[in-house]
Design a protein around this ligand. Structure first.
Ligand SMILES: *Cc1c(COP(=O)(O)O)cnc(C)c1O
Length: 230
């Protein structure tokens, strides 16, 4: 079951890359495993998947602990409270949801010295005015400059969660704006290489607009049950 869905998602990514005239290995798949059991994560890892994304800290820490024998890469993609940064700095490889300097500074301070720098994407609030998450496009240049100076972080790029939209052209238009924001930052920070955008419903539009990492949950694992632990 999971193996079939996994090949279907991989195939969808390959086809979208072909349509975009991009190399199939230019887009990474982040499997979003929030609300999913450690056993489901293990099963998907046996299909070859290594990178997993989690939104709820306690649930994530339990899974990371249960699966510590596997060589997995953990990405935190949910909203971050400033009093919860330490376990994120200690247990994750990437954080996609940084939207203010206070959070970034704490993650840098709390990153254990024996670990490589924590990979960071800045979350930008591109179309969803109702959402409180993400910095505004105006705030982005100053935030990116400041975060890039923090010693134990490695700023990689941007993450966006556009508001749901059925029309593929309109999906693309919003993703194109995110790509342009990254291109502007790359003038002063050429090492930025990551556009974390595209979920189950808009994977292809995101890839056509330059996504380098799609975050896919439902298309891999099926519809979610409500989270039991946060
Ligand atoms: C849940 C979630 C996803 C995955 O969404 P699906 O529609 O299930 O693919 C991706 N990104 C973030 C930030 C999420 O919270």
């Amino acid at each position: 079951m999971l193996a079939d869905k996994y090949s279907a998602v991989r195939q969808q990514i390959r086809l979208a890359c072909e349509n975009a005239a991009r190399s199939p290995d230019s887009v990474a798949l982040l499997a979003v495993s929030k609300t999913r059991s450690a056993d489901e994560v293990r099963e998907l890892s046996h299909c070859g998947q290594r990178a997993f994304g989690e939104n709820y800290l306690q649930e994530a820490l339990d899974k990371i602990d249960a699966l510590s024998g596997l060589d997995l890469e953990w990405h935190f993609i949910g909203p971050i409270q400033s009093n919860k940064t330490r376990p994120i700095a200690e247990h994750f490889d990437w954080v996609h949801s940084v939207d203010r300097l206070k959070i970034a500074s704490r993650l840098s301070e709390q990153r254990p010295v024996q670990l490589p720098p924590l990979n960071i994407c800045l979350q930008v609030n591109i179309s969803d005015e109702a959402s409180k998450s993400g910095c505004t496009p105006d705030e982005l240049p100053a935030l990116a400059d400041a975060v890039a100076r923090l010693p134990n972080l490695r700023l990689r790029g941007l993450m966006a969660i556009p508001k749901p939209e059925d029309n593929p052209q309109r999906q693309r238009a919003v993703f194109a704006q995110v790509r342009q924001l990254l291109e502007q930052l790359q003038h002063t920070q050429p090492a930025l290489d990551t556009l974390s955008m595209g979920m189950s419903a808009d994977t292809e539009a995101a890839i056509l607009e330059g996504s380098t990492m799609v975050r896919v949950g439902t298309a891999l694992f099926g519809p979610r049950n409500p989270p039991s632990t946060r």
